[in-house]
Design a protein around this ligand. Structure first.
Ligand code: ADP
Ligand code: MG
Length: 266
């Protein structure tokens, strides 16, 4: 069994501190949901965990089985068993998904002899048509196709821990069910540990979490079982913030707090 441990994590972007002392612990086979309003730092957390370089870590630690990941380049973190499914997957024209997957598996020192077969099996399990494997990575994929492709990468790479950043966004109900079922199966068959970041409780009806955490004002302000997600649906984030006495100025619930939702609005 492995443990992903995040302790006292502080991180800034553009000189502004977004994560302010975040603690979380995920063990193999567990599903933890992180919920939070727009702009609360959910994607920042995912990028900081994976080592994106425009996010500055100002304190804390992130370990897998005691080994520090902060400071390691992204591919070294991947080699130690961490995977990130991006909220906004990047289009890479000219690089076929099949070739990309082969390079990623090889980069981690994994076997590639039966890779074509593994990719084909996973693609059919996830309802990814063969033609997507021939196209440039994510190029002109719909939202649903992108998230199926992210899940295909997860299944083929078989990491110890997966961070899923809004894997439910842009998915119709069928795609959401396919993706959630595949991830769920990995938690039981392969002991995958999951940090499922989401804005809505909808995902958690399909991918049943062991624990639910609420991220606000840069830290985890509440943790509980699945009933916490149900409660949030009722009270909303503002209601919970008021109940917990969190300074409203620190809780940015406006949609334009997401720089990608409105690139010129922030
Ligand atoms: P969430 O995923 O919870 O909606 P984000 O982590 O994307 O929130 O954003 C948290 C805050 O950090 C927002 O105020 C956002 O504008 C800011 N931010 C995130 N990423 C960047 C970036 N690359 N450059 C500038 N500001 C950013
Ligand atoms: Mg986000």
């Amino acid at each position: 069994m492995s443990v992903l441990r995040i302790q006292g994590l502080h991180a800034a972007v553009d000189g502004r501190e977004i994560l302010r002392g975040l603690d979380l612990e995920v063990a193999s086979g567990e599903v933890h949901a992180v919920m939070g309003p727009n702009g609360s730092g959910k994607s920042t957390l995912s990028h900081v965990l994976m080592g994106r370089d425009d996010y500055e870590v100002t304190g804390g630690s992130v370990t897998i089985d005691g080994e520090e990941l902060l400071g390691l380049p992204t591919h070294e973190r991947a080699a130690r068993g961490l995977f990130l499914a991006l909220q906004y997957p990047v289009e890479v024209p000219g690089v076929r998904m099949g070739d990309f997957l082969a390079a990623a598996v090889r980069g981690q020192g994994g076997p590639t002899d039966d890779l074509d077969q593994r990719v084909a099996t996973e693609a059919s399990r996830l309802g990814v048509a063969r033609q997507f494997l021939e196209r440039g990575l994510n190029v002109e994929f719909s939202g649903g196709e992108q998230k199926r492709a992210e899940t295909l990468q997860l299944a083929v790479l078989a990491p110890k821990f997966a961070v899923l950043d809004e894997i439910d966004s842009g998915l119709d109900v069928d795609a959401l069910r396919d993706v959630a079922r595949r991830v769920e199966a990995m938690t039981t068959e392969d002991e995958l540990g999951v940090l499922a970041i989401t804005h809505y409780a909808r995902l958690l009806e399909e991918l049943r979490p062991d624990r639910v955490h609420v991220l606000m004002a840069g830290r985890i302000v509440a943790s509980g079982g699945p009933e916490l997600a149900a409660k949030l649906e009722e009270t909303g984030y503002e209601g919970l913030a008021a109940e917990l006495g969190i300074d409203e100025a620190l809780v940015d619930v406006s949609a334009d707090a997401d720089p990608f939702a409105d690139p010129i609005g922030f």
